[in-house]
Design a protein around this ligand. Structure first.
Ligand SMILES: NC(=O)C1=CN([C@@H]2O[C@H](COP(=O)(O)OP(=O)(O)OC[C@H]3O[C@@H](n4cnc5c(N)ncnc54)[C@H](O)[C@@H]3O)[C@@H](O)[C@H]2O)C=CC1
Ligand SMILES: O=C([O-])CC(=O)C(=O)O
Length: 346
């Protein structure tokens, strides 16, 4: 667990009955009330993510929604002696209640890959799920910050944007594709290869969230390591194929769930900190962007009280990264266009 997150968790447990939490970035005044909803909360990602959000002292209400299985998950998680009150909601007619008043909505609803599939192969099922969940968000919590986990993220984020536009509530500052797992992997693989303390490692990852659209910027990684071009290429490929590595290891039982829950919890925590006015909260995320000529692109984003406060530029790229950026653009654009088309035709 990231050290600062671990401190948060320990402090939540220690002060379980109190909403007064003294943490870095806050004085000892009370932490604001924040409702977080998880849609798909009974799934492989949803359950550990519900656990991690229950451990987060910034959450006062945790709303767990799924089409099945949420009463059990909610009852289980609700016994943990931390700040938030937990409620479980199941089925379409409880979706409104699950969403009402949410500050952050995290969406890991949808089917995962099996070996041999690409993330785009999930489009046919997940696009419809995301579309209907986003229509409900527009209706019941139009001001919420949305963290999209459901794949293919390269398309589901543009779908969400179109649904929100149609409903007249689109605010590009509040819609995020969660690409934190790519950063988590890039840090782990880089630190492992360079024999560095992983807690001190930072690696920005830009582009999108599928195969070659995932572009880790190892030339900007800190601390610096002395890698050959071949090493960098191998690290890049491993990061791009990290999801497939897990899908193959799980051999038909789904894709990354535990590492994704960890990554999702880090990103949601960053959104909550931003909402609460903590300064200098920066994470990579896939957002509406003008950093390149593509309408959506992942890069470093500064989070604030309204969601995106600033989208940071790419910084200096190596020749390999420049080339990889040009190579990924057509695939990413086509996934974006596929999402936009789907949202507008059905
Ligand atoms: N952004 C990222 O980095 C990652 C994304 N993913 C994606 O996350 C998604 C979920 O993965 P898992 O949790 O492993 O799948 P899972 O199948 O274990 O869980 C999905 C859950 O969504 C629920 N669900 C289905 N339709 C729903 C609806 N209309 N409303 C609410 N809930 C609904 C299911 O009942 C199930 O509990 C997949 O699309 C997967 O590809 C997975 C790993 C990383
Ligand atoms: O690979 C998958 O299908 C799930 C995913 O997005 C990841 O693990 O990065």
């Amino acid at each position: 667990m990231r050290p600062s997150m671990f401190r948060s968790v320990k402090s939540a447990v220690a002060r379980s009955s109190s909403a007064h939490v003294a943490r870095r970035g806050y004085s000892s005044e009370s932490v604001p009330e924040r409702k977080v909803a998880v849609l798909g909360a009974a799934g492989g990602i949803g359950q550990p993510l519900a656990l991690l959000m229950k451990l987060n002292p910034l959450v006062s209400r945790l709303s767990l929604y799924d089409i099945a299985g949420t009463p059990g998950v909610a009852a289980d998680v609700s016994h943990i002696n931390t700040r938030s009150e937990v409620a479980g909601y199941m089925g379409d007619d409880q979706l409104g209640k699950a969403l009402e008043g949410s500050d952050v909505v995290i969406i890991p609803a949808g089917v995962p890959r099996k070996p041999g599939m690409t993330r785009d192969d999930l489009f046919n099922i997940n696009a419809g799920i995301v579309k209907s969940l986003c229509a409900a968000i527009a209706k019941y919590c139009p001001n919420a910050i949305v963290n999209m986990i459901s794949n293919p993220v390269n398309s589901t984020v543009p779908i969400a944007a179109e649904v929100f536009k149609k409903a007249g509530i689109y605010d590009e500052k509040r819609l995020f594709g969660v690409t934190t797992l790519d950063v988590v992997r890039a840090k782990t693989f880089y630190a492992g290869k360079a024999n560095l303390n992983v807690a001190e490692v930072n690696v920005p990852v830009v582009g999108g969230h599928a195969g070659i659209t995932i572009l880790p910027l190892f030339s900007q990684a800190t601390p610096k390591a002395n890698f050959s071009d071949e090493d960098i290429k191998a690290l890049t490929k491993r990061t791009q194929e990290g999801g497939t590595e897990v899908v193959e290891a799980k051999a038909g039982k789904g894709s990354a769930t535990l590492s994704m829950a960890y990554a999702g919890a880090i990103f949601a925590d960053a959104c909550l900190k931003g909402l609460n006015g903590v300064p200098d909260v920066v994470e990579c995320s896939y957002v509406q962007s003008s950093v390149t000529d593509l309408p959506f692109f992942a890069s470093k984003v500064r989070l604030g009280k309204n969601g995106v406060e600033e989208i940071l530029g790419l910084g200096p790229l190596s020749d390999f990264e420049k080339e990889s950026l040009e190579t990924l653009k057509p695939e990413l654009l086509s996934s974006i266009e596929k999402g936009i088309k789907f949202a507008n035709q059905s």
